[in-house]
Write a protein that binds this ligand. Structure first.
Ligand SMILES: *[C@@H]1O[C@H](CO)[C@@H](O)[C@H](O)[C@H]1NC(C)=O
Ligand SMILES: *[C@@H]1O[C@H](CO)[C@@H](O)[C@H](O)[C@H]1NC(C)=O
Ligand SMILES: [Zn+2]
Length: 318
């Protein structure tokens, strides 16, 4: 009886949560400090681009800081991380909003998607929410000096709520980097198709970010304190770079490269920032837990969810 009700209520709760817009208060990122004479720094011929990547500090001072990304990850000098992130993204269905963002320097999808828990620079476990993912080609990070054909970044931002105080969160962002290497046996990824399929105008109906992780036989990653790799280069990122590259088809790789065809902005169809100095930073190593992880539910329940939970609790108490 109770189990039957529980199943019914769970169904109601999950149906409700997919149709409800969740509003969140994200921890704000540090303000950009513009260089003398620069009021804004737009991407393009008169602003920053991948042809002037060595001079981004001329636009935003932070880009010349000592905790910049990307870096070369030297695997032999990394220490073991104490707490490993658990990854289980909610799969996106047609009712979950996720839209192409109009970015001239990458292909990007933005949306309210899923929660992860990661150890912050302060050592505490912080809740972050996936906000967007985007592409660089070739890779931005190198692993023991090796570049890969493409790197996807999953960007997660910490939130402020009853249980989490932004003032105590050192790194407001956690970014996962996953490498891709061209392979003749790779099949095309559904999540990438709408970017280049002229029949689709920016909305992705469904995809599952877990698919990327389930294709990894080894979820070893490297974690270090770094920055955004595009302006304003904010030094507030927990970087988690996965070691094992995934295959990408020549067709999909070429689609990304061809998007970067303006050679005045993207030398040789590249949108990767050059490697930055490590400046004594530590690199920690761990293995993400990607199987048997339960989905972390949204903390901000809708009104219907709260009512449903109240009914359930009342029933259980009786
Ligand atoms: C795109 O549209 C064309 C013509 O309308 C159709 O032939 C093709 O199958 C469509 N492609 C996809 C991926 O739906
Ligand atoms: C990041 O920096 C903090 C100090 O601000 C340090 O305690 C922490 O261990 C660093 N994290 C990593 C992954 O190296
Ligand atoms: Zn990026």
């Amino acid at each position: 009886m109770i189990f039957g009700l529980f199943a019914l209520l769970s169904t109601l709760i999950s149906a409700e949560s997919t149709t409800n817009e969740v509003t969140r208060d994200y921890c704000s990122l540090p303000d950009a400090i513009y260089a003398d004479g620069v009021s804004a720094a737009d991407f393009g011929a008169t602003g920053w681009s991948y042809t002037n990547a060595a001079n981004w500090a001329d636009f935003v001072v932070t880009c010349g800081g000592s905790f910049q990304s990307p870096i070369d990850i030297i695997t032999t000098s990394s220490a073991q991380e104490a707490i490993q992130p658990q990854i289980n993204y909610k799969s996106k269905d047609a009712s979950t909003g996720y839209e192409e963002a109009n970015k001239p320097y990458t292909k990007e999808y933005e949306g309210e998607y899923s929660e992860i828990e990661v150890t912050d620079a302060s050592g505490s476990v912080i809740r972050y929410y996936a906000k967007q993912f985007h592409i660089h080609t070739p890779s931005e990070h190198t692993i023991d000096g090796k570049y890969y054909d493409l790197e996807i970044h999953f960007v997660h931002q910490a939130i402020q709520d009853d249980e989490q105080d932004c003032n105590k969160v050192k790194n407001k962002l956690t970014v996962f980097g996953i490498m891709f290497q061209e392979s003749s046996s790779a099949t095309d990824y559904e999540a990438f198709k709408p970017w280049f399929d002229s029949n689709v105008t920016g909305e992705i109906d469904s995809f599952d970010l877990n698919d990327f992780f389930s294709k990894m036989s080894d979820a070893t990653y490297y974690h270090y304190n770094g920055s955004l790799t595009t302006l304003p280069c904010s030094q507030t990122v927990n970087w988690v770079v996965f070691q094992q590259p995934l295959p990408i088809s020549s067709t999909q790789l070429k689609q990304f490269q061809d998007f970067l065809s303006d050679s005045t902005l993207f030398p040789i169809k590249h949108n990767n920032r050059p490697i930055q100095n490590l400046n004594g930073r530590k690199i920690l190593k761990g293995t993400a837990i990607t199987s048997g992880v339960t989905e972390i539910p949204d903390v901000q329940g809708s009104f219907a969810q709260i009512i449903a939970m109240a009914i359930l609790i009342t029933l259980l108490i009786q």
